[in-house]
Each structure stands twice: as structure tokens, then as C-alpha cells.
Design a protein around this ligand. Structure first.
Ligand SMILES: Cc1cc2nc3c(=O)[nH]c(=O)nc-3n(C[C@H](O)[C@H](O)[C@H](O)COP(=O)(O)OP(=O)(O)OC[C@H]3O[C@@H](n4cnc5c(N)ncnc54)[C@H](O)[C@@H]3O)c2cc1C
Length: 422
């Protein structure tokens, strides 16, 4: 760790220093700025670029985006309605998850992240947040609440009341807090990119195909493209190292057969961006907050995108974090004021951590259950056949995966019996 104080020739005081301007950071910055907080967002990318990440969102995430301030015009431009996700097993069984759309609810969507991420940052800027692109947090002293930054004009130091890590899977803030741990799953590689799909039907479904030790998701997105998201377990890593990511994804995409409503012409589409990778894709944290710091979005823990973790959780964490930072209050004047404020903040931040745990405990348990099935293809096949045949079971599963009903419903013994009975 560099000597932070030796580099402090340019020390700037800010109320909230937010590291990372992805969806979680931008959503939190917008909420804090609207609440009158002085917030600086440090985003290392000088301009938006495609990174390994997700585009498929349930209606719950869409309403969370509305909650941040996205209007219907924005959503029409950056979100493509998807009426169902078709899950397809290795043995050829398939079932459709509609996330409540077949019961009259709004559909899931495929997002254009090149529009979404800048749009959220623009919302934050319009609300008064100070967005600094091309600024990378390089070192942190959380006890002193200092962030050392590499900026386009040279090194700088920010002295903040609160530091928030919204900096994704390999959060420097989580590491500085000493709370970052490896996921309890075998290390998986995530690969994502887009393919042009001219002439795509307007109401196409998404597809999630299981692979041997992995899966591939195909989601239609705006701009006549599909997003290809691939997660590969350890048995694939040698092939990726030997042949390169592009050759491996090309082989996987070529192996996807046309579906009932999908002639899969996109398989021959031109890639519209390079294959972006993330390895390993999971991580966990032992705590999401401490004195003067907190974590939101992927920085606060991420298991696997198969069960819909990701954008929805990032947006919920931003909402809860904004409430905690606001509840922590500003300065209390007079003797003992700083200490009283610190204690109030400690309570609010600890409550944020507990609320996040409570909110996602059951969903995490469901995600682990699904991972256990994914690791045993015969077991997954057994369950998939029953989901395909049992409409009520399937409807509940879609609502749980989409964060539209409490996930505990899928852990109810009666539900599990209805799912697994021969
Ligand atoms: C293969 C794959 C498929 C996925 N599929 C889905 C899906 O279909 N649906 C879904 O909802 N989710 C999916 N996800 C997850 C989803 O992409 C993330 O949950 C979401 O992007 C989280 O947003 P975030 O803002 O927390 O993090 P990110 O989007 O990762 O943003 C973090 C930001 O922090 C910045 N940053 C990092 N370090 C620093 C630093 N030191 N200084 C300054 N800035 C920094 C980065 O440049 C970035 O802009 C998928 C993830 C993977 C890997």
C-alpha cells in the first residue's frame, strides 16, 4: 500500500466518494444527489466500453430503473421487451419462464448497456452528482477515509465522510476493508459480446442453454442485436487458454440449434464488440459496511447470473445504501458532535448490512439450490422435465427468479414436493 499521506499535495474534501460509475454507483449517486448530498463518482473508464456483464432483466429490475428516474422514453430506447426466457437442457428438455408476463404483467427486457450505463450517469449528473470519468481509485485508507486517485491530470487525494465501493467484482474498496473473499463455487469464466441480428422478430424470446459444465444465454437487445453471455466452469479453461476466447465462443454459438420460434440466424451475425471476459465471476464479502464505508452492487457480493443476480440486486442495494447514508445524517455541531454523528452512521450502516442480508437470504438459498442442480446434469434434467410439465410450479419459479415474489416461496416444502414429486 503506497504512503497515502506522502501523496496528499492535492487533497479535496467531499462528503461521499463513490468508487465506480456502473449501474449501482450511478443509481446511488442519483439518489444521494437528489437528497442534497455532495457526491463525487470516480469512474475509471474514460468513456463507456463493453465489459463482461449482464443485459437480461426481469420486470422487477425495470421498475427499479424507473425508481432511479428512468422515464418511459428512455426505457423504450434502451430496453427491448422479451416475453419469455426458454431454458434448454443438454438432453433437449425445455421450459419457458415468463416472469409474470403471461398473467398480464410487464415483460422482462434485454438492455442496451451502451445506452443504460451512460443514461444512469447522466441522471446522476443532472441531479447534481460530480461525475469524474477517467478517475481510478488506486489506494484507500478507510480508517482515515482517504482515496488516492489516478486522474487524467495526475494523482489526487479525496478526503471523504463516506466512501462507497460500487466498483464491481474485484472491488478495491472491499479489499481495502478486508472483507473480500473468493466465492464458494469453483472459479467460472464469464464471456460476453453481441452479434448483429438483422431482421430480428420484435417479440423474440431469450434462450438459456445448458452446456456440459456451463451455460450460454442469448438475449435480444435493442439495435437488432443479441447479447451472448457464456459462463464456463473449470473444465473449459484449458480450451480457452489454448484456442482463445473467440474460438471457444464461436464453437459454442455454432452448436446452438434453431429453436421453435428462433431460426437462430444471429449465429451468422457479425460480432459488434470484442468478447469481454470476467474471471472468476463470483465473489463474496464478509460484511457490506463498516465505519464510514459501504459496498453496493457486485462489490457487495455476486454469485452467478443464472438465477437473476445482478442488475436488480445492484439497484436495490443502491436504494438501501442511499437511505442509510441519508439516515446517517450530516454533522452535529458542538462538543461530541463528530462522535455522535459517527455513531449514528455506524448504526445506519450496520442496519444496511442486515437489511441486505435479510432481503436476499432466501434468494441466495434458491441460487445455491439451483447451483447444486446445475452441478448434477441428471438431477437438473429430472427437475427440468417436471418444471416443463407443471404450469404452477413453472410460474412460481419464474416469479422467484425474477425477484417478483419472496424467494422463500420456492423453499417451501410444499413447493419443493410439487416440483420434485415423480
Ligand atoms: C457473464 C455475465 C453475465 C451476466 N448476466 C447478467 C444478466 O443477464 N442479468 C443481470 O441482471 N446481471 C447479469 N450479470 C451481472 C451484472 O452485469 C452486474 O450485476 C451489474 O453490472 C452490476 O453493476 P455494478 O454497478 O455493481 O458493477 P459494474 O457494472 O461492474 O460497474 C463497476 C464500475 O466500477 C468501475 N471501477 C472498477 N474499479 C474501479 C476503480 N478502482 N476506480 C474507479 N472505477 C472503478 C468500472 O469501470 C465499472 O464502471 C452478469 C455478469 C456476468 C459477468
Amino acid at each position: 500500500m503506497p504512503d497515502l499521506h506522502a501523496q496528499s499535495e492535492r487533497v479535496e474534501r467531499v462528503e461521499v466518494a463513490l468508487v465506480g460509475g456502473g449501474p449501482a454507483g450511478a443509481a446511488l449517486a442519483a439518489r444521494l444527489a437528489r437528497a442534497g448530498r455532495d457526491v463525487v463518482v470516480l469512474e475509471r473508464a474514460p468513456s463507456w466500453r463493453w465489459r463482461a456483464g449482464g443485459v437480461f432483466c426481469s420486470p422487477a429490475a425495470v421498475s427499479a430503473l424507473r425508481g432511479v428516474g428512468l422515464g418511459e422514453d428512455d426505457l423504450a430506447r434502451l430496453a427491448r421487451p422479451i416475453r419469455a426466457m426458454r431454458v434448454e437442457t443438454l438432453a433437449g428438455t425445455s421450459f419457458r419462464l415468463t416472469y409474470g408476463a403471461d398473467a398480464g404483467g410487464p415483460p422482462a427486457v434485454g438492455l442496451d448497456r451502451s445506452e443504460l450505463d451512460p443514461c444512469l450517469l447522466a441522471l446522476a449528473a443532472a441531479a447534481g452528482a460530480d461525475i469524474r470519468v477517467g478517475w481510478t481509485a488506486t489506494a484507500l485508507d478507510l480508517a482515515a477515509r482517504r482515496v488516492t486517485v489516478a486522474s487524467p491530470t495526475g494523482p489526487a487525494t479525496l478526503q471523504a465522510d463516506v466512501i462507497v465501493g460500487a466498483d464491481g467484482l474485484r472491488s478495491v474498496v472491499a479489499r481495502a476493508a478486508g472483507v473480500a473473499r473468493a466465492a464458494r463455487l469453483a472459479p467460472r469464466l464469464g464471456l460476453t459480446y453481441h452479434l448483429a441480428d438483422p431482421g430480428m422478430a420484435t417479440d423474440r424470446e431469450a434462450r438459456m442453454r445448458l452446456l456440459d459444465d456451463g451455460y450460454v444465454g442469448i438475449a435480444p437487445v435493442p439495435g437488432d442485436r443479441v447479447n451472448v453471455g457464456i459462463v464456463l466452469g473449470p473444465s473449459w479453461h484449458a480450451a480457452v487458454a489454448r484456442d482463445g476466447a473467440r474460438a471457444v465462443v464461436d464453437r459454442i454459438v455454432a452448436s446452438i440449434s434453431p429453436g421453435a420460434d428462433d431460426p437462430a440466424r444471429w449465429r451468422d451475425g457479425t460480432p459488434t464488440d470484442a468478447v469481454a471476459g470476467a474471471w472468476p465471476i463470483g465473489h463474496r464479502v464478509t460484511r457490506r459496511a463498516g465505519r464510514g464505508w459501504m459496498l453496493v452492487g457486485d462489490a457487495a457480493g455476486f454469485l452467478d447470473p443464472f438465477t437473476g443476480e445482478g442488475l436488480h440486486r445492484a439497484l436495490v442495494s443502491a436504494e438501501l445504501a442511499a437511505a442509510a447514508i441519508t439516515a446517517g445524517g450530516r454533522g452535529v455541531r458542538g462538543i461530541g458532535g463528530a462522535e455522535a454523528r459517527a455513531r449514528r452512521r455506524d448504526r445506519a450502516f450496520a442496519a444496511y448490512d442486515r437489511t441486505m442480508t435479510r432481503r436476499f437470504l432466501a434468494k441466495d438459498a434458491v441460487s445455491w439450490l439451483v447451483q447444486a442442480f446445475l452441478a448434477r446434469p441428471a438431477l437438473f434434467e429430472y427437475a427440468a422435465r417436471r418444471v416443463a410439465d407443471r404450469e404452477t410450479v413453472r410460474a412460481t419459479m419464474g416469479l422467484v427468479m425474477g425477484d417478483l415474489i419472496p424467494a422463500g416461496r420456492a423453499l417451501d416444502p410444499r413447493y419443493l414436493a410439487a416440483l420434485l414429486a415423480p
